[in-house]
Design a protein around this ligand. Structure first.
Ligand SMILES: [Zn+2]
Length: 296
């Protein structure tokens, strides 16, 4: 059972009170293995530092916890913290072993979407810390390059915005993911399996349903997300419940069998181009056109 996907173990854990502690133990063990791999004898401090800084872990190590540890483990750990907590994380967890490191493949989103970003290296281990522009770290998670990365984890729980994509190593490009990922390309190295990139969802064979990438989602109430908890002291629930993030993966859905049919509604239609009104006279005319439903 130790190598099974965590959602399957959680399902068994929920069936009886004897099974529940086994699930808690396996999940905790997976988290501890990762924190020991990256932080050595500081590992015991990680749960509390993450909790106090309102931060979380994202990226391939979360996928390792969700899918189960087999093959070669990821060599990098990605931490996200809200604005104002960057130095707390650096001082408490990184100064002792790690040195600052110039990350060669920094995602373009780092340039405009973060308050601060820094990579650190200790032998072959790499830790990155990303500080969000505001108090909501979900801002960083929903701007991940692909849906496979849209996960976060504390010492007490994990949230996956696209659990099916994550467990299948199948990544649909997000709004910030276009910089060097090509259709069918591979990225990441979780368990020796490299996730496959889908530039869009035109090859989907079934209806998107509520997972349609063109639908707006509100993190706090989104029922499509997977939420698993194993230690209430460090619950991941607080991060989700305090989030105000409303977002979507893309403005269009290209799935031909999607019941929302966003692509069909646009097919064969030409939208007339009209310029922004520049004078008061043009503004009055435009208001009249809108009032009388004249196409503008
Ligand atoms: Zn769709």
């Amino acid at each position: 059972m130790d190598d099974c996907p965590l959602p399957s173990i959680a399902a068994v854990g929920n069936t009886c009170s004897t099974c529940r502690p086994i699930y808690d133990e396996i999940a905790q063990h997976r988290f501890q293995q990762i924190s020991q791999r990256f932080f050595g004898d500081l590992a015991d401090q990680l749960p509390m530092v993450l909790y106090r800084s309102k931060g979380a872990i994202t990226g391939s190590t979360v996928q390792e916890v969700l899918s189960g540890p087999t093959g070669s483990p990821p060599r990098d750990l990605n931490i996200v913290v809200p604005k104002g907590y960057f130095l707390v994380m650096e001082d408490r967890m990184l100064r002792q072993y790690y040195k600052e490191y110039e990350e060669p493949e920094v995602n373009d989103m780092m340039d405009f979407n973060l308050q601060q970003f820094q990579a650190y290296k200790w032998d072959s281990r790499i830790v990155t810390v990303s500080e969000s522009l505001g108090p909501d770290i979900m801002d960083i998670i929903v701007n991940s390059p692909t849906t496979t990365d849209m996960n976060l984890m504390t010492a007490g729980g994990v949230v996956s915005l696209f659990p099916r994509h994550t467990l299948a190593y199948d990544g649909l490009l997000g709004p910030t993911g276009g910089w060097d990922l090509k259709e069918g390309g591979r990225f990441g190295s979780v368990n020796g399996v490299r996730a496959a990139v889908q530039v869009d969802n035109r090859n989907t064979k079934e209806d998107c349903g509520p997972r349609c990438p063109s639908l707006w989602r509100f993190v706090r109430t989104d029922r499509n997300t997977l939420r698993l908890n194993w230690d209430r002291r460090y619950t991941v629930q607080d991060i989700i419940e305090n989030s105000q993030m409303e977002w979507r993966v893309s403005i269009e859905c290209l799935n031909p069998v999607c019941k929302y049919g966003v692509h069909k509604k646009l097919e064969g239609r030409s939208f007339t181009y009209s310029e922004m009104p520049a004078t008061n006279y043009q503004i009055v005319n435009r208001q009249r056109d809108i009032a009388y439903r004249v196409p503008v």
